[in-house]
Design a protein around this ligand. Structure first.
Ligand code: C2E
Ligand code: MG
Ligand code: MG
Length: 569
């Protein structure tokens, strides 16, 4: 029977009766036994008072016999048959009025007949019960692999969670067998089934006795263990399953896996929640090409709050809840405010001010980022034009995300807004992160070249953490490198960062690129950067991002302020 069909019958028809039959608790059994005995006695009394065995009332005796077989199987059926046979036994007259008694042979025949009936019903009930057991097993287990399936694991894990005392951690690990489907397509499904059986066998050997093991997808296993060993060790043991190749039909197969883990109660409190978080961790392990990862809420773009933010964003754009803040960039040699970076903010009616780190990463994975970027471009260019009119000519920098690089209309939108606001191309800078360019280097280089051809400035943002190769850097034709904050924030006290930053400055100079240091948080780092010839600086030590009116006020007072001591504006 096909699985869905079986499931349908099971759910609609059999499960309610089946559950009662299969899981018949002791109290129900006792009640059933009392009912059967009472029925036997009541039938005997009824038969006697209604005139004797000759009359049709005596057929009621089949009810306790059938019930006995149904509830207690073959043995129960035979016992109920004997009891009923005895109740209508030699002392029960054929006719109470005439007092005519039955022959011994007659009641022995009846007794045997009732026993056979009880046994038959019992046998049928036994088969039915086994069938229900099998259905129940199939519902919770993977038939081929003989381990729990997803639904069985969820059920068992929820039960385990209920029984887990406070202070005990459960570790839910999800193992994704990378390229397993390729193996299946190449070698066939019976080969991959045998491979899977070996993987499961090895996995069984490393899981402690009270653990749960399940095959939750064709190429995904899950393990639930108690906090009995160190969490790292648990992951290391799982990774160890794949250290050695598997031999299937004499063919050595290396299986690569990504493992993600989530903890109860820290990361989620339900089986479904824990599995979902472990899968998120597994995806981040796979993205970062590391063998395993523990769930980290900061990397979870699927968490409910983040997803609901994403859903609310189109409405927020329409209602004008997105605003643009500005952070000054200062020329370190002259102390002039050379420009500013436009940083989006969301003024959420319930959650207050939301910084981009909380929604931009999710938005970047959807087409919505195009709307956000165009929105920021329109606002930032208009503000820059207004500052210019007020006597503060400013270069403005807008962040461009990786998906924007695929937006065919982006360059025209930049041109259009620049023209509309009367800005020169040189007044506009686009910040593209190094990692965004490296995602599709050739395309990234093409977009940067086109922007440069149109006269715009392009800064490679967060430089130093995006694995770009020097060969590409030369081809990129960017105008500036923006050194990642990671190297700048602790510059004054970290000799390693000092070496890295000096090397980047040298590199940029030799490639003819301007340099911007972002994340300057203290005067000492600022002095070092100035001493080493870094062109521009940006950071809390100079100016914190501020809404437009505050930024304009900052610009208007710039002459009066002892520069770079202008902190919390
Ligand atoms: P980013 O482009 O590297 O921007 C610099 C971030 O560092 C800003 O965070 C800024 O407030 C923060 N920052 C500046 N100086 C300091 C400092 O001294 N110390 C520390 N700890 N942080 C400093 P913000 O505004 O939260 O933006 C975070 C990121 O969000 C940005 O990094 C950028 O990648 C992205 N982002 C911001 N606005 C937009 C936007 O309009 N479009 C796109 N695509 N991304 C944006
Ligand atoms: Mg930036
Ligand atoms: Mg940056």
């Amino acid at each position: 029977m096909r699985t869905w069909h079986r499931e349908k019958i099971n759910a609609k028809l059999l499960r309610p009766i089946g559950a009662a039959l299969v899981i018949m608790p002791a109290t129900v059994k006792l009640i059933a036994a009392v009912v059967i005995v009472s029925l036997v006695l009541a039938t005997a009394w009824l038969v006697y008072t209604m005139g004797g065995i000759r009359y049709s009332w005596s057929h009621l005796i089949y009810i306790p016999v059938v019930l006995g077989g149904f509830a207690f199987g073959i043995r129960g059926g035979i016992l109920a048959g004997i009891a009923s046979g005895l109740a209508l036994g030699p002392f029960m007259p054929i006719d109470t009025l005439t007092g005519e008694m039955q022959t011994y042979l007659n009641w022995i025949y009846r007794l045997i007949f009732l026993c056979i009936n009880g046994a038959l019903v019992g046998a049928l009930s036994h088969l039915y019960r086994r069938y229900l057991h099998k259905l129940e097993w199939l519902r919770t287990h993977h038939e081929g692999a003989d381990v729990l399936n997803r639904s069985g694991l969820t059920q068992a894990l929820d039960a385990k969670i209920r029984k887990t005392p406070k202070g005990i951690t459960l570790i839910v690990s999800v193992i994704q067998l990378n390229a397993f489907l390729d193996i299946q397509n190449t070698f066939g499904s019976s080969f991959s089934t045998r491979l899977l059986a070996q993987i499961i066998e090895r996995t069984k050997q490393i899981v402690p006795p009270r653990s749960l093991l399940a095959l939750i997808q064709d190429d995904r296993l899950a393990i639930v263990t108690d906090d009995v060993e160190s969490r790292q060790l648990a992951l290391a043991r799982i990774e160890g399953i794949f250290d050695e190749s598997y031999i299937v039909d004499g063919v050595p197969i290396h299986v690569d896996a990504s493992v993600g883990a989530a903890h109860f109660p820290d990361h989620a409190q339900t089986a479904e929640g824990l599995l979902q978080k472990a899968c998120v961790a597994m995806y981040s392990a796979s993205l970062s090409k590391s063998p395993s990862a523990l769930y980290n809420i900061a990397n979870d773009r699927t968490n409910k709050e983040n997803l609901s933010l994403l859903g609310a964003l189109p409405g927020a754009i329409a209602r004008g809840e997105l605003s643009v803040w500005y952070q000054a960039k200062v020329a370190l040699s002259t102390n002039d405010v050379a420009g500013s970076e436009a940083l989006v903010r969301w003024l959420h009616p319930q959650r207050g001010l939301i910084t981009p780190g909380l929604f931009i990463p999710q938005v970047e994975e959807t087409m919505l980022i195009d709307r956000v970027t165009r929105n920021v471009i329109a606002t930032a260019f208009a503000d820059a034009a207004a500052w210019r009119t007020a006597g503060y000519p400013q270069r403005v920098a807008v962040n461009i995300s990786v998906r924007n690089l695929r937006d065919h209309g982006l360059l025209d939108a930049i041109d259009l807004n620049a023209r509309r606001c009367g800005l020169m191309a040189d007044d506009i800078e686009l910040e593209i992160t190094e990692s965004a360019v490296m995602m599709d280097v050739d395309h990234g280089i093409r977009v940067i070249s086109e922007l440069r051809e149109r006269g715009y400035r392009v800064a490679i943002d967060d430089f130093g953490v995006g694995h770009s190769s020097l060969a590409y850097l030369q081809k990129m034709r960017a105008s500036a490198l923006k050194i990642d904050q990671m190297f700048i924030r602790t510059l004054a006290v970290d000799p390693n960062n000092q070496k890295i930053v000096r090397a980047i400055l040298l590199l940029a100079r030799s490639l003819g690129l301007e340099t911007v240091a972002e994340g300057i948080e203290d005067p000492d780092s600022l002095s070092l950067l100035r001493e080493w010839g870094c062109d521009y600086g940006q950071g809390y030590a100079i100016h914190r991002p501020a809404p437009e009116p505050e930024f304009r006020h900052f610009l208007s007072r710039i002459g009066e302020l002892p520069l770079y001591r202008v902190k919390r504006s």
